[in-house]
Design a protein around this ligand. Structure first.
Ligand code: HAM
Length: 474
């Protein structure tokens, strides 16, 4: 990095750090004591939340669909840290963007490193691509990643300070056919989640050479209408004029409507790239619209940019995902010139949309057998029986903490199991079990070593062995 650039990056990081670092001075017992004695708030920090078991059926459906799709398209999974050196993000995402100027969680570690919680994943993935010399592997390199990202934004419906993303990124290919295939993959995932109505908003913002001329034109246009712009956009004129195009303030929307459009000022290479992309999308018959106002909020994009919009009520439409090309990012971080394209899906928003349209969630398999026990020896035997049957892939329920047989059978009934295995004191000593059919109420006593076969036989008409499932961690 050139020295002036380093200084600039340091200045931006310094600005985004809290005035007084929150690290406690070593040995300052009074301050530590005060913090320890403050009441603990029974809630996470604002904009962050727990995702409780009742909601996990939706999350599991999303994870399962993603886990199924990414290998089919040739992606390999990569996991990167949630914390990186802050200048990686400043360099990649760019000064003047909301993500860097307002939303990045940056802090000094005790070792005085300037780090940040990742506000997105692309920068970290590009860093890993360079660090691990993936450029020598045969191209394209396709990487899939999933996890939380952090933005100190104003929380509201569908906007959190901790949200979850799934990212698909391809390094090493410039052809527009990849852009089309990425959009098709995003569409495929939507359909598999039951989200049938989406619209792809597409634009091309050109490459640095054609964008320079376009930006000069855009700045002089907005300068002539400066009075009509909102306060933020007035300052964006200096820092990031392209972002004025997607400002949501009414007066800025009006001014932007007649602004010069990127697609009319592309160089020949970018124009052909965009034309090819549109032809591929037509071939795929995907629901897309060209949106000349779409510029995205991250500076690394070149050429294709796109977003996936839900087709909900006017005013409530949300971007479920977004991405684009970033052909210059790897090079700008010190790697060799490497074209790249990627997109991220906002998992929280996908789930909001699935709930809104009442899409199917994942239905976890229900246990069909209950183990009930009475007495200390029986409890030991039941514990072992549970472990032995579970090892065979049989889904079971129990309430080992309860002593009363009546209350255990009540639980079994509530769960709607078809069969209860009962071990009382006598059975524990005899090494037998009672098998109670919960539908007919009949029961029989069999030796313990025959339980597995009996269970399989009784339930053989319906598959009760759960398939070993691979679930992606958040
Ligand atoms: P992004 O558009 O900033 O792109 O974020 C991707 C998606 O994350 C959004 O479309 C939205 O669904 C979701 N999202 C963003 N912010 C929030 C929030 N505060 N709360 C809930 N959901 C949110 C990127 O991050 C790029 N890195 C995508 C990419 C990958 N480009 C190339 N590769």
């Amino acid at each position: 990095m050139a020295r002036t650039a380093t200084k600039k990056v340091n200045r931006i990081i310094k600005k985004s750090l809290p005035k007084k670092t929150k690290t406690l001075p070593r040995g300052n017992k009074a301050v530590k004591k005060k913090i320890v004695s403050e009441p603990i708030l029974m809630q996470p920090p604002r904009g962050m939340r727990d995702i409780l078991p009742a909601e996990q059926d939706y999350w599991n459906r999303v994870r399962m669909v993603l886990d199924k799709e990414y290998p089919k398209y040739g992606f390999g999974r990569i996991d990167i840290p949630a914390v990186e050196f802050a200048n990686l993000f400043v360099r990649s995402i760019g000064e003047g963007t909301d993500v860097i100027d307002k939303e990045m969680y940056s802090f000094l570690t005790k070792g005085k490193d300037k780090v940040a919680l990742r506000p997105e994943m692309t920068a970290g993935i590009a860093r890993a691509y360079i660090q691990h010399g993936m450029n020598v592997l045969s191209k394209p390199i396709k990487l899939f990643s999933i996890g939380p990202v952090y933005r100190y934004d104003r929380p509201q419906e569908g906007r959190y300070r901790e949200h979850f993303q799934a990212n698909f990124d391809i390094f090493g290919e410039e052809d527009a056919v990849l852009d089309a295939q990425m959009i098709q993959l995003a569409h495929r995932i939507m359909l598999n989640l039951g989200i049938k109505e989406v619209q792809f908003q597409i634009n091309s913002i050109g490459c640095p050479s054609c964008r320079k001329e376009y930006l000069d034109m855009l700045v002089s246009y907005f300068e002539s209408k400066k009075k009509k712009l909102c306060k933020t956009c007035k300052s964006r004129l200096k820092t990031n004029p392209l972002r004025i195009l997607d400002c949501k303030e009414d007066k800025c929307v009006q001014v932007s409507a007649t602004a010069p459009q990127t697609v009319d000022h592309l160089c020949e290479g970018c124009r052909n790239h965009f034309k090819n992309l549109l032809e591929y999308l037509d071939e795929l018959e995907l629901p897309y619209a060209i949106n000349p106002q779409l510029v995205r909020g991250l500076d690394y994009y070149t050429r294709t940019v796109f977003e996936i919009w839900s087709v909900g009520e006017e005013g409530k439409r949300k971007s479920l995902g977004g991405g684009g090309r970033y052909d210059k990012l790897v090079e700008s971080l010190g790697g060799e010139p490497t074209p790249a394209i990627g997109f991220a899906l906002g998992l929280d928003r996908l789930i909001m949309e699935m709930k809104r349209i009442k899409a199917k969630s994942y239905e976890s398999p229900k246990p069909r057998i209950f183990i009930a026990q009475l007495g200390n020896l029986a409890k030991k035997k039941s514990l072992k029986l549970f472990a032995n049957l579970e090892k065979e892939g049989i889904l079971l329920a129990e309430s080992f903490g309860r002593g009363s047989l009546k209350s255990q059978l009540r639980t079994a009934n509530k769960l709607g199991v078809e069969m209860t295995i009962i071990i009382g004191q006598k059975e524990a000593l005899d090494e037998t079990v009672i098998i109670k059919n919960m539908v007919t109420g009949t029961q029989e006593t069999i030796p313990q070593e025959k339980v597995l076969n009996a269970v399989k036989k009784i339930l053989k008409n319906k598959p009760m062995v759960i398939k070993k499932r691979k679930v992606t961690n958040k």
